[in-house]
Write a protein of this length. Structure first.
Length: 395
């Protein structure tokens, strides 16, 4: 039986055994409620939560009290957009985002439109990047919030967060960034980047599912949100609910491991990714790489193979687990909205697959993946009438 190779680390990552070991005591003997401040069980739980909070804050150059624990980046984004806009509607009712944001941002912005807000959706170029001059031109006197992701979940391209942060600072506009894909993989300095709110999920960094956080700036300027979940005023009144101590401990430990090993891990994964790119483009010269290769996460690449349907290709890859787009939308039969935004035809948009290497991948996974992808693409093309037609056309 063939060994299964997991190459879908943008969708989720396996929990690191070190992280799981750190969590286990808090499922058993250290089971206290972090809000129970009248006995040692509660004190022990609270201490573990605050240790994780400090670990995360140190990695981001912020204060521990600015980290608000949530169930993940989707909840963090909802809290950030709805909470900030509802609290600051007297300043205006205009939001700026981009067309290739994660659905957590796009769907929340659509909901804000239903509530009477205006949203401008910036287009991207063929590299998957917004035009900063276009962003500046789009800002209005009533613009309250700009939300642009750090790195895209499908094509892995990285936005110029430093420049966007400076624009927001100059115009006194709140800046939210979805860092679900970049946290733990890229250095993030919240002060240097002038980010006011940052959303993160634990399961993207070899931590547990069901936990994440929202960074909320508390000075220069202080960001104030309207509570979205009532019931107890936990997390300094920004997110009610009993804290899941084991998950928070796991998130803290996963963050620590990522930032301690970031340079070495990025170098290793980039080498594997680049080797796959070189092999596929050499053997399949018409392979298209979607998005900028220069401004890209080190472990990610997104390919399109003309005249090959992406879902059919995935079914052919018996030993490889990858995806045809975002995990949140891959259940639909619609072509990726990210691919369409790059200017691809519907047929080419349907032909894309996303590869994302991770910590658990072995060095020979690249060779195995390359061979299986090449064989599958060539087999499917032999059966494709479009490919046979294209081959028969004179040069």
């Amino acid at each position: 039986m063939k060994r299964k190779i997991y190459l879908d680390n943008n969708a989720t990552t396996p929990i690191d055994p070190v992280v799981l070991d750190a969590m286990m005591p808090y499922f058993k003997e250290k089971f206290g409620n972090a809000a129970s401040r009248n006995h040692p069980f509660g004190w022990e739980a609270e201490e573990a939560v605050e240790k994780a909070r400090k670990t995360i804050a140190k990695s981001l150059n912020c204060r521990a009290r600015e980290i608000v624990f949530t169930s993940g980046a989707t909840e963090s984004i909802n809290l950030a957009i709805k909470g900030y806009c509802e609290r600051n509607s007297e300043k205006g009712k205009h939001i700026i985002t981009q067309v290739i944001e994660h659905k957590a941002v796009l769907d929340t912005c659509k909901e804000m439109e239903n509530r009477g807000w205006e949203v401008t959706y910036l287009s991207v170029n063929k590299e998957g990047l917004i035009d900063l001059d276009n962003l500046k031109e789009t800002i209005r006197d009533d613009t309250v919030l700009i939300t642009i992701m750090h790195a895209n979940n499908e094509i892995g391209v990285m936005n110029d967060i430093f420049s966007i942060g400076e624009i927001c600072l100059e115009r006194d506009i709140c800046f939210l960034s979805d860092a679900a894909q970049s946290f733990g993989k890229l250095p993030i300095d919240l002060e240097a980047m002038h980010i006011d709110m940052l959303a993160v999920s634990g399961h993207k960094i070899y931590g547990p599912k069901g936990i994440g956080f929202l960074y909320v700036r508390q000075r220069n300027p202080k960001v104030e949100l309207k509570l979205q979940i009532e019931g107890g005023g936990h997390e300094r009144g920004m997110r009610s609910g009993t804290l899941p101590v084991p998950l928070i401990v796991g998130l803290g430990e996963a963050s620590r491991l990522c930032f301690e090993n970031m340079d070495a891990e990025s170098k290793r994964l980039r080498s594997m990714r680049d080797k796959l790119v070189a092999t596929l483009t050499d053997e399949l010269p018409d392979t298209i790489i979607n998005g900028s290769m220069e401004q890209r996460l080190p472990h990610n690449v997104n390919f399109s193979f003309p005249h090959v349907e992406g879902e059919a290709l995935l079914m052919k890859l018996e030993s490889i687990a990858c995806s045809s787009g975002s995990a949140c939308t891959s259940a639909t039969l619609q072509p990726s909205y990210v691919m369409k935004a790059l200017g691809h035809s519907e047929e080419l948009a349907h032909s894309s697959i996303r590869i994302a290497f991770g910590r658990m991948n072995k060095e020979d996974d690249t060779e195995i993946a390359a061979k299986e992808i090449i064989d599958a693409v060539m087999t499917l093309r032999e059966k494709s009438p479009f490919h046979r037609t294209a081959k028969s056309q004179p040069a």
